[in-house]
Design a protein around this ligand. Structure first.
Ligand SMILES: NC(=O)C1=CN([C@@H]2O[C@H](COP(=O)(O)OP(=O)(O)OC[C@H]3O[C@@H](n4cnc5c(N)ncnc54)[C@H](O)[C@@H]3O)[C@@H](O)[C@H]2O)C=CC1
Ligand SMILES: O=C(O)CCC(=O)C(=O)O
Length: 421
């Protein structure tokens, strides 16, 4: 690629990971740009009226990585960090994630550069609707299907679906996933990512011969992924000793009450103010001793600075891209000390159940919750087994194995369709 619009540390990280796996797979140089660089990137300006009467314009993006296997699929992030590079990296990771799980999708991701915590509910609705309105020419149930990510939720998905449907003159549920059940969503999507993380942690504990009832876990981020992961791990008997969000971090070796934490969040909207006794420095949280460490917030929180000091047995990546390549190299050197569940495997529960939601919407035929989770766990189990086997066979890390499987799927589909070069 001569010059690209994709810059920044997060895209560099996705690129570095891809180059490593491409070297391992001996992918010819001329094929690499085709696999890595996104098909399309859309940038839009979203003006809204603020509650104080001002007009403010927010920048929005959507990056569609490849359309080789079907429509593109991925979440929409509302966060101050959002830029085209971050969104592109997340779209690339979505592609490897969908391919590893065997879903008929390419990856996409979108977002708005905004701190959603500073918006009133009316402003959030106006911005969500304006963003979808601007995206209408570029998305569709068979082109690109959005879903939630950081800073967005079921309500935002309902506004997206409603805005798109109003412009089409009919209800089109299948334009987004992660909707409320009352607006054509599926049972289980809200919990899918966190329950998937907990399922895979259970499998990793089995692998290490550790009983869930003897294990402890620390979870960074207490939003959709973090809170459901904490809850589901606690249900499996794991003691939750640490949690954090963007406002506070708590650690108690005796265990924290996840239901209490959830009630506090529902009331206050943030973890701050939960307890004065167990409060600790957020940066310390990741370094506390535990069996399972779950980063479930931002990218690049496990770095070359803290990777040598991690005291966990399992690193379960609920977040996308929490571990930098430099940290990965350190974890590799630490060998079997830390069992890594890489992001594209660990947090795939969300997009897998999104796929189920899309299928149900297209068919207008809805499943029982038990069927959703039974099918989810079967796919996760297959992916887990494939990653473990590939890592062992090729003598590579779990991340490289997961990516190798995903990249191979996309590469072979491109070759078969004749889209290369
Ligand atoms: N929502 C989903 O279905 C999926 C989300 N993910 C990934 O999981 C991660 C979290 O996403 P969601 O839970 O959906 O977002 P969310 O918006 O529901 O929650 C994010 C959480 O992270 C916390 N947070 C933000 N900055 C932080 C910081 N500096 N330190 C500690 N906590 C911080 C927030 O306070 C909040 O508790 C992201 O990386 C996202 O891309 C991955 C797969 C699916
Ligand atoms: O549910 C989806 O379609 C995508 C979820 C997502 O954004 C992710 O897996 O990172």
């Amino acid at each position: 690629m001569s010059r690209s619009i994709y810059g920044g540390a997060v895209f560099e990280m996705a690129k570095q990971q891809f180059e490593q796996v491409a070297n391992h797979l001996q992918i010819p140089k001329m094929e690499r740009d085709r696999l890595l660089y996104p098909k399309r990137a859309i940038a839009v300006s979203c003006p809204i009226h603020r509650d104080d009467g001002r007009t403010e314009v927010f920048q929005g993006y959507r990056v569609q990585h490849h359309l080789t296997l079907g429509p593109t699929k991925g979440g929409t992030r509302f966060a101050p960090s959002v830029d085209v590079g971050e969104v592109a990296a997340l779209a690339v990771w979505m592609s490897w994630k969908c391919a590893l799980a065997g879903l008929p999708y390419g990856g996409a991701k979108g977002g708005i550069t905004v701190d959603p915590y500073t918006l009133s509910p009316r402003e959030l609705e106006a911005l969500s609707r304006r963003y979808m309105q601007e995206m209408i020419p570029f998305v569709g149930p068979h082109t690109d299907v959005m879903a939630p990510d950081m800073g967005t939720n079921e309500q935002v998905m309902a506004w997206f679906m409603d805005t798109y449907s109003m412009y089409q003159g009919q209800t089109i549920n299948e334009i987004v996933t992660g909707k409320p059940v009352s607006a054509g969503g599926t049972l289980g999507r809200r919990e899918a990512t966190g329950r998937g993380v907990a399922y895979l942690v259970g499998r990793a504990l089995d692998h290490l011969g550790v009983k869930a009832g003897d294990a402890t876990a620390i979870v960074q981020g207490f939003g959709n992924v973090g809170s459901v992961t904490a809850y589901s791990l606690a249900e499996r008997g794991v003691k939750i000793t640490g949690v954090s969000d963007h406002t506070a971090a708590y650690y108690d070796p005796a265990g924290l009450d996840v239901a209490e934490l959830q009630r506090h969040i529902t009331k206050r909207g943030q973890l701050a103010g939960f307890s004065s006794q167990s409060t600790i420095e957020p940066s310390d949280l990741l370094l506390r001793k535990c069996d399972v460490l779950v980063p479930a917030a931002m990218e690049q929180v496990i770095t070359d600075q803290n990777a040598p000091k991690l005291k966990c047995r399992i690193l379960a990546e609920g977040a996308n891209g929490p571990t930098t390549p430099e940290a990965d190299a350190i974890l590799d050197r630490r060998g079997s000390e830390i069992f890594v569940l890489p992001d594209i495997l660990c947090n795939a529960g969300g997009v897998i159940v999104s796929y189920f939601e899309w299928v149900q919407d297209l068919q207008r035929l809805f499943w029982e919750e038990a069927e959703v989770f039974d099918r989810l766990y079967r796919i996760l189990e297959r992916s887990f087994q494939q990653v473990i086997a590939r890592a062992k066979h090729d003598r590579i890390s779990h991340r490289m194995a997961a990516m190798a499987i995903g990249v191979n799927v996309v590469q072979s589909a491109k070759r078969t369709r004749g889209l290369f070069p």
